[in-house]
Design a protein around this ligand. Structure first.
Ligand code: UGY
Ligand code: MN
Length: 248
């Protein structure tokens, strides 16, 4: 069934469960929000479903000027289409990104037609609060994951212990997969950027494609196999560098 027909007959590929969720475009609810005047947001992952992070897609039917993140929250902005300008003047182009530490007071503006993915989470400091980090995916060298050169990870944030999250782009050669079913206490927010395949979450296997988002709660068994003839890529965040007891 096409995406249109899915919705027309009251069906969706979205599946929201207690420990994981798949959020697919035909079920997105676009809302407005006073901190994002001019923008439409689809909040796909939030604490209301049990997550300790949020993931929102932002689209701009007109130019947007957004306020800084609420108090105590770190924000990671990723440009899916068009560009954005931070309120300190830093320009982000296609697949440009910015890590904004909590209470840095930096908002952003984006032109008509821009599309962003925005993660937010309550920042757990260790030592000092890190500074703003900006960059562009195209500038980051991919590193083979555990020696597999068909699966490369581009790390957008420094591994410095001051950072409590990592945000990566994972690149899968067609036919490659995670080497084993991961189980870990860290949770993930994920957005498929290109390609697709099969995502195992808990004891379910989901077909996934570009535009789909996933929440994986702590300890959720997870595995991905890339299908098709073109590479698959996803944007993924993960809590990191902190004891689970520091977060509980
Ligand atoms: O970093 C990770 O835990 C990553 N390999 N997980 C995932 O892709 N589901
Ligand atoms: Mn993982």
């Amino acid at each position: 069934m096409t995406t249109d027909n899915l919705a027309r007959f009251g069906a969706t590929r979205s599946d929201i469960r207690a420990r994981h969720a798949l959020l697919t475009p035909e079920s997105h609810e676009w809302i407005t929000q006073p901190d994002w005047p001019g923008a439409e947001l689809a909040v796909l992952v939030s604490p209301d479903m049990g997550a300790r992070l949020s993931l929102a897609l932002v689209r701009c039917p007109a130019a947007v000027t957004a306020a800084p993140a609420p108090e105590g929250l770190a924000r990671f902005v990723f440009v899916l289409e068009g560009g954005a300008t931070l309120s300190d003047g830093t320009e982000l182009g296609h697949e440009g990104y910015a890590f904004l530490p909590p209470d840095c007071g930096i908002g952003l503006s984006a032109p008509e037609g821009a599309r962003l993915a925005v993660f937010e989470w309550r920042f757990l400091a260790r030592g000092g609060i890190p500074g703003i980090v900006t960059g562009s995916v195209a500038q980051i060298e991919g590193q083979p994951l555990r020696g597999d050169d068909w699966l490369k990870v581009q790390k957008m944030l420094p591994t410095d212990p001051a950072f409590d999250f990592e945000v990566n782009v994972m690149n899968f050669h067609p036919g490659s997969s995670l080497a084993y079913v991961e189980t870990h206490f860290m949770e993930h927010g994920l957005l498929m950027l290109d390609g697709g395949g099969v995502y195992r979450l808990d004891d379910r296997w989901y077909p996934v494609q570009a535009g789909d988002a996933i929440w994986m709660g702590p300890h959720v068994p997870q595995w991905f196999g890339a299908l098709g003839r073109t590479p698959s890529r996803y944007l993924i965040c993960k809590n990191y560098n902190r004891s689970p007891m520091a977060r509980a």
